[in-house]
Design a protein around this ligand. Structure first.
Ligand code: GDP
Length: 297
């Protein structure tokens, strides 16, 4: 369905005579194609526009090396610029979980993959970093969601806070904190309630939970296939709750990954992990190179 960007660009450059440096016109022509490729990859229009402008300034006048065609050269410049935007500061996938027990707040809309990601991340912390993890579900309106976390916990061999009927999210949070301290856990993960869309009640609830534990990390879990919606969700959560990172789920799907670029450009928050399937092992550290390759097609 998508034409490869390199092929497209070589078409554009076929018409150009050999020259020593990329002229402004060459670059403009090529970047028109790049812009289309970004939009097809679901990068938002303002982000695509700003990105292309930055690349244009950088590429114009660059010497073309003999070993590559001007088209390949522009693709390389675009690729490097994509990585610059996608890369957050710090080690990808690293979490601040010193000073045990460290609270990690998991936030996001219903269906984004929050509960699954909570369990995947707990498994990863346990297996890769040898951490003792306690998970607690705060989704008091959806008993099935609480059960789901308990079942996943059993599957992966990670403890979950016992469910007590009638407790509110703040009470559960305080119990998780106490239990994590007494039980010698390194980390306790709070799987907050999800809603179909952002509403005041949800935000107030998450805010109250945040204030009683002062989380070391607040990770927003969003469906990477939802493009612009994912970015809006991130903006909203960041404004109200303050997030420290993003987990993009469903990156195993057909999407081209443009949401990742928009997410970074708009929120400035690091993408820490990507979800690559429903299985408990399908969580990987975010790799800018992989996403850049996918966006360019
Ligand atoms: P929550 O409502 O945000 O807690 O969402 P869930 O964790 O219940 O996930 C909703 C559905 O998405 C479940 O069927 C998950 O198995 C699925 N899911 C979560 N993450 C991924 C992912 O990275 N890839 C795929 N393909 N499915 C996922």
């Amino acid at each position: 369905m998508f034409e490869n960007l390199s092929e497209r660009l070589s078409g554009v450059f076929d018409r150009l005579t050999k020259q020593g440096a990329l002229s402004e016109d060459d670059v403009k022509t090529a970047l028109r194609e790049v812009r289309v490729a970004l939009l097809e990859a679901d990068v938002s229009l303002p982000v695509a526009r700003d990105f292309v402008k930055a690349v244009q300034d950088k590429a114009t006048g660059q010497a073309v090396t003999k070993s590559v065609t001007p088209g390949q050269q522009v693709v390389k410049i675009v690729h490097d610029a994509l990585i610059d935007v996608l890369k957050g500061e710090g080690e990808p996938g690293a979490l601040k979980i010193d000073n045990p027990p460290a609270p990690i707040l998991m936030v996001g809309l219903q269906g984004g993959g929050k509960t699954t990601t909570t369990a995947k991340l707990a498994k990863r912390l346990k297996e890769k970093e040898g951490k003792r993890v306690l998970m607690a579900s705060l989704d008091v309106n959806r008993p099935a969601a609480m059960e789901q976390l308990a079942i996943l916990g059993q599957q992966i061999g990670v403890d979950t806070l016992p469910i007590v009927k009638g407790e509110d999210p703040v009470a559960i949070t305080l119990r998780a904190k106490t239990q994590a301290g007494l039980g010698g856990y390194d980390v306790y993960m709070l799987d907050t309630a999800g809603r179909l869309s952002i509403d005041e009640e949800l935000m107030a609830q998450v805010e109250a939970v945040r204030d009683v534990v002062n989380p070391r990390e607040t990770l927003l879990v969003v469906d990477g296939l939802t493009g612009q919606d994912a970015v809006h969700t991130a903006e909203n959560f960041d404004e109200r709750i303050g997030i420290t990172g993003v987990v993009l789920t469903r990156m195993d799907g057909d999407g081209r990954g443009g949401a990742a670029l928009s997410m970074r450009a708009v929120t400035g928050k690091p993408i820490k992990f990507v979800g690559l399937g429903e299985k408990m092992d399908a969580l990987e550290t975010f790799e800018p190179e992989r996403i850049a390759g996918r966006i360019l097609g």
